[in-house]
Design a protein around this ligand. Structure first.
Ligand SMILES: C[S@@+](CC[C@H](N)C(=O)[O-])C[C@H]1O[C@@H](n2cnc3c(N)ncnc32)[C@H](O)[C@@H]1O
Length: 335
């Protein structure tokens, strides 16, 4: 396990929660609810079906070719002339204008995951849009941070790097195999402020810690960019199921937010049920307000398939796939 430099770890142990694998059974009632009289309606799927949905939301489906992207771990890379070193190895980079430490890899002759610099944790391979959520938090240094759905750890490492390994991060996930990947990622990047638990994010109030910053990088339906079988595999029923789980995670995660704390909600789904409609629900049920953010992407939609939702949902950002994969982000605070 990784070191935690402040008292968060001992406080968790006082609650009888150790960094061991304490998985709690998943509540299956949410799935049962979906086996409803609407079942047939919920199984609709296919490329044309989604293409039509996106058109109704104002976007034309197109082919996307994603470029490889890295994010510099500034804590480790300081004074190491990383960009020049990678360039001389045959990994030329181009700065991504809307990210602080993100670079496109241009025509690399060498795999970006096979350099000594990568193995030393000087940079991570992290998709461009996936770098946005962590960048929305203010003042991360020294803070207590909850990363609710953390594996394989791209954003946990980004959090720790932005925090300069100060404060403490509690990182949770329910998938043991993915947690192994998270552990490896933390070790490679020499992260020292993070403790990892195999734990369902819907159990977070058991931690009994008020967190200054909470990241809900929610389990979601994903999007077609980078997954050629997405249209074949996804149905509206999956989307409804994920939207229900996201609401449950948001509910419990928001209970852990300190008075002036910040919660960032993110998905890599394009589906409004998992994004704008969940945010509309959250501000009505969870005593949360959506904050203004300045970030890459378009305003959140406030009219979904003819239904008008709260105007503050426009403060979210919806990233349709183009230079990046699809993403949705929102920053919330207590009302
Ligand atoms: C979008 S991925 C997270 C990606 C990660 N934040 C990163 O940047 O590398 C969603 C994660 O949620 C996890 N997950 C699914 N249900 C969960 C739950 N109830 N509580 C905690 N994690 C969950 C999945 O195992 C998956 O690893």
């Amino acid at each position: 396990m990784h070191n935690v430099d402040n008292d968060a770890h001992s406080r968790l142990q006082c609650q009888g929660i150790n960094p061991t694998f304490n998985m709690t059974p998943v509540d299956l009632s949410v799935f049962e609810k979906l086996l409803s009289p609407n079942r047939q309606v919920l199984t609709v799927s296919g490329k044309e079906f989604f293409q039509d949905r996106y058109k109704q939301l104002g976007w034309e489906l197109r082919e996307i070719k994603l470029r490889q992207t890295i994010r510099i771990n500034n804590t480790n890379a300081q004074g190491k002339n990383l960009i020049e070193r990678l360039n001389s190895l045959g990994v030329p980079l181009q700065k991504i204008p809307f990210l602080q430490s993100g670079y496109w890899v241009l025509d690399s002759k060498v795999s970006a995951g096979a350099t000594a610099e990568y193995l030393l944790g000087l940079y991570s391979i992290q998709e461009a849009a996936a770098q946005i959520p962590v960048s929305l938090f203010s003042d991360l240094k020294g803070k207590k941070v909850l990363d609710c759905a953390a594996a394989p750890g791209g954003k946990t490492v980004q959090l720790a790097d932005t925090m300069d390994n100060t404060g403490a991060i509690v990182a949770l996930d329910v998938d043991k195999r993915r947690l192994t990947a998270l552990g490896n990622h933390l070790e490679r990047c020499r992260i020292t402020n993070t403790v990892v638990y195999l734990m369902d994010a819907r159990q977070t109030p058991l931690l009994n810690i008020p967190f200054d910053r909470v990241l809900v990088d929610a389990p979601c339906s994903g999007n077609f960019a980078g997954d050629r079988d997405w249209f074949k595999n996804r149905t509206l029923k999956d989307i409804q199921r994920n939207a229900a789980i996201q609401k449950e995670i948001l509910t419990k995660a928001s209970e852990c937010l300190s008075r002036n704390g910040e919660l960032v909600y993110a998905t890599c789904s394009l589906e409004p049920e998992e994004n704008e409609l969940n945010m509309d629900w959250a501000i009505k049920h969870l005593n949360l307000q959506i904050q203004e953010i300045s970030s890459y992407g378009q305003n959140g939609l406030t009219e979904i398939f003819g239904r008008k939702i709260d105007h503050s949902v426009a403060r979210c950002r919806r990233v349709w796939p183009n230079e990046t994969q699809g993403f949705f982000v929102a920053k919330l605070k207590r009302s």
